[in-house]
Structures are given as C-alpha cells and as structure tokens.
Write a protein that binds this ligand. Structure first.
Ligand code: ADP
Ligand code: MG
Length: 477
C-alpha cells in the first residue's frame, strides 16, 4: 500500500485495517447510492463516487457561522435576481465578450420587455466556502461562489454522514456522533420543489427535470426525484434532454407542455455551459420558450444570471451589500465572507489588477464566466493568459479573485480501482438554500443542509463532476 510518509493516520485506523475498511465502505457507498455511472461501463453499471474514507476536520465555529447566514444569502440572491438595473450593470461588459452570457441576457431582456408570465421563482442555491488560513491559523471563511444553477449533490450529501458514522464505528472510534452534524439536504430541497409545484396549483401538472443525454450523476438526480415522490406520490417527474424537448415542448397561452402534460415546475440540471446548447440556436429557442411560459423555473434566467461571477464581484465591492439590506448587522455578517475580487475592466484599476496578478500569480485565481469546474486559471496558466490578453479588452470576460488557502487535513481518498493511501486534503463546504417567492413576497426561505467536498493538496480545482475532488462530510472541532 502506498502511503505518504509523515502524515498522521486519521482516527488511528492502522495500515493493516485500511483495506478491509475500504472494501466495506465501498459496498456501503454502492448500497446507499453514493455512486455514479461511468463512460467505460454499460449504462446499467454504477461505481462509487470518489469519496473520503473518514470525515474531514472542519471548524465548528465557521460551520455554524455560514449556516446562520444562509437565509440572508438566499435573500440577497433573490433581490439581485429581481433587480434588472443591477444585473444589467454587472453583466453588460461581460456580454460584449462572452456569447454565452449574451445569450442569457437576450432571453432576460425579451421576457422583461414582454412582462414576466410567472412572478414566482424557485432558487435552489449552494453557497460554497473555504476556510481562510493565514500564518497557519484559521482566520475566517470565504465564499468561493454562489451556485444558482444545478446545485448538485444534495441527494448524496446526507449519506456521507452515515457512511462516515459506519466507518468510524467499525474502526473502533467512539464519542464521535455529536461531531458529525445532521444533514437534511435531500428532504429539505425536495420539500422546496414540492412547495413550488403546489404554488403552481395544478394537480395534473408535472415537474420537468432538464437533463443531459446521459446522466453520469444519476444517483444524485434520482435521489431527489424519489424524495419528491416520498413527500407526494401524486407528483410525476419527467426527465428530458434538450434534444427531446425540441420535439415535444410547446406552449399554449403561456402554459408549458411536454407532450400532453402541463409543466408546473422546470428544474434545470443541464444548460449551464455553452456546449450544452446546439450551435443552430434551437436549444436556445427551447430555453426562451420555457422562460416565457407560466411554469415556475428553477432557476429562472434572472436567477441564473444572479449566480454569475461578475455579480459576485459586484457584491464584494464596498457599498453594494448596503443596497440590499437596511440592517447594518446583516451587512457586516455577510461582508465577512466576501474575499477581495478585482474587475479587469479597461481602466487604470483593471491595469493595476493585471500587474498585481502578473507579479504574484500564486495569490490570485482568474475566473471566466463559466460553471461546472475546470475553467479557472491558476499560477503559470493565469500568467500566460494575462500575458496574451492582459492589455486587450478580452480580459473583461474574466474576473480576478484573491486565492484562499484552506487548511490541510489527513484523509484517504477512495477512488475506483485504486489502492487507498493517506494524503492531505483541503475541503470546500457548500451550504444549500431554498427560496421561493416573487419580487415582493417570499413564501419560503431556509438553509437546507450542507455538502463537503475535498481534494488532494496541490490540486487547484475540486469539482467532483470535473473529476478533481471527492465527496466528504465534516467532523466538527
Ligand atoms: P465553477 O463555477 O466552475 O465551479 P468555482 O468558482 O466554484 O467555479 O471554482 C472551481 C474550483 O476552483 C473551486 O471548487 C475551488 O476548488 C477552486 N477555487 C475557486 N476560487 C478559488 C479561490 N478564490 N481560492 C482558491 N481556490 C479557488
Ligand atoms: Mg459554479
């Protein structure tokens, strides 16, 4: 077994026991749906998702802190989504250089001009954070990004707590239960979707999941579908890809239909990247048809835009949070989690940001307006990119952000067909949130459980879908 030297074995599990524990943990993962489809096996096959064998230590203080601000975070995003001037101001520059953002803004403008058919929207958010380590001390927690589109893994996150409880138990660890926080992300989010469907108010309407042709993260998506069914077995979920929707979606007097079924709620798990849409624009026409309809959208195009990196940059600037909250205490509590962001506009400030990043690339992350992981630029890649576009207006399609350095803790990342080895990992904590409402009337607003993902120290990105990270759960200290 290949283990890195000088790393403490977490929870004292000996090298002798690790293979047996890992084998049982993999079976537990498969039995409980901590699993995915993979490209090289038949669509019927499932393998365990990459997962951490034991829970990773995480600061209890900051865990509770970010949980306590999630309702305000939900409300902030809701307000941004309902503020056309703010959204447009944030995104006009990006739209000029980024076709994907422009396409979204075009849909947004069209429905704004025509008048919004459905005032309610459902937000299922996941606000991602990293602990901020300075001089070997955790000094705070910083927001990495707010996801408003296809916030994934709520269906699997609760199972990680149970998996870790099982692993610690069979490894002879005691007194750990109170350190593993309860996690109700699945049922909380399913409840939000059921409430949105009920708010639509038609018993025969369905919930439409817009999905990819072949869903690799199928267990997570199905878990949510089945949790909806557990809450109300009279709701039907339809899963359709854009290719299928092109043929069977229609609207009659703003009511949305798939075949003969009226749709009450549209839940997008796909459509957050340019290559999710065909070049001929037909998929964009489907997106517009849905957006124009009376169905409740999760997310609406406004919520989609509210989750962009440019919006996050604007929210981090002094004076912006005050526009959305009268209460100074709330502003202060939220402000604490925003790291410094820098616009790369064509002005002196933008020039200064470029020079700063070229001088100290390891202190920053450069982000294009993309989702789904694997798109950000770090270190030499960032330097190369800035050298080539840093003085051109193309730089405006990116933002710059302070790089956060979370603490490293020992764990074992369990992956298919590999031998487990102890390694140092860094974690990213996501807090889920649900918000349902119109511009002036909020019907639901609550925090909805959490997700921990961890990656090997030294890796820049940590997305599971993009193949960089592992699902995990926090051990609060
Ligand atoms: P995406 O929308 O593609 O998921 P994110 O902004 O969430 O983009 O970044 C992807 C990953 O890059 C994060 O999960 C994290 O591992 C890393 N990352 C992003 N921003 C920072 C940052 N400021 N400091 C350190 N790592 C970061
Ligand atoms: Mg994202």
């Amino acid at each position: 077994m290949a283990c890195e030297r000088n790393i403490d074995r977490p929870f004292g599990i000996s090298d002798k026991d690790i293979e047996v524990v890992t084998s049982k943990a993999k079976d537990y993962a498969l039995a409980k749906g901590i699993a995915m489809r993979v490209k090289d096996l038949s669509p019927d096959a499932r393998v365990p998702l990459p997962f951490c064998l034991v829970p990773s230590q995480f600061s209890k203080e900051w865990f509770l802190y970010v949980k306590s601000i999630q309702e305000d975070m939900n409300y902030l995003i809701h307000q941004v989504a309902n503020n056309p001037e703010f959204l447009k101001k944030c995104l006009l520059n990006t739209a000029e250089f980024d076709e994907f953002t422009r396409n979204l803004l075009d849909i947004y403008d069209t429905v704004q001009k025509e008048g919004i058919s459905q005032p309610l929207s459902l937000g299922i958010l996941r606000t991602d954070y990293m602990l901020d380590l300075n001089n070997e001390e955790v000094t705070g927690i910083k927001l990495i990004e707010n996801n408003t589109f296809a916030s994934s893994l709520c269906g699997i996150a609760p199972q990680l707590r149970d998996l870790h409880s099982y692993v610690l138990n069979i490894s002879g660890v005691s007194d750990f239960q109170s350190k593993l926080p309860h996690n109700s992300s699945l049922v909380d989010i399913a409840r939000g979707m059921v409430c949105a469907w009920e708010a639509y108010g038609k018993k025969d309407s369905v919930i439409l999941f817009v999905v990819e042709d072949h869903s690799f993260n199928i267990c997570d998506q199905r878990a949510l579908e089945f949790a909806i069914y557990d809450l109300r077995n009279d709701i039907r979920v339809l899963r359709c890809a854009f290719g299928c929707l092109r043929k069977c979606v229609s609207s009659k007097q703003e009511r949305l239909f798939v075949g003969s079924k009226e749709v009450g709620l549209v839940y997008y798990r796909y459509g957050f990247a340019p290559d999710h849409y065909t070049k001929d624009k037909e998929d964009w026409e489907v997106r517009l048809l849905i957006e124009r309809s009376h169905a409740i959208k999760c997310p609406s195009v406004a919520y989609h835009l509210a989750g962009t990196k440019k919006v996050q940059l604007s929210l981090s600037l002094p004076g912006t949070l005050e526009k959305f909250f009268d209460d100074q205490q709330t502003v202060e509590r939220l402000r604490q989690v925003f790291a410094a962001h820098y616009a790369l506009d064509m002005n002196e400030e933008g020039d200064r940001a470029v020079s700063m990043a070229l001088e100290n690339p390891h202190r920053f992350v450069m982000k294009p307006e993309r989702e789904g992981g694997g798109n950000n630029l770090f270190d030499d890649d960032m330097k190369q990119c800035l050298k080539s576009i840093g003085s051109t207006d193309g730089r405006q399609a990116y933002i710059l952000m302070d790089r956060i350095n979370p603490p490293a803790v020992p764990n074992y990342i369990i992956q298919r067909d590999t031998i487990p080895s102890v390694t140092n990992v860094m974690s990213e904590l996501g807090i889920f949130g649900v918000i349902l409402g119109s511009k002036d009337h909020i019907q639901l607003n609550y925090g909805a459980g959490h997700l921990l993902r961890s990656k090997r120290v030294g890796l820049n990105e940590g997305g599971i879908a993009a193949g960089f990270g592992a699902v995990d759960s926090p051990y609060l200290i």
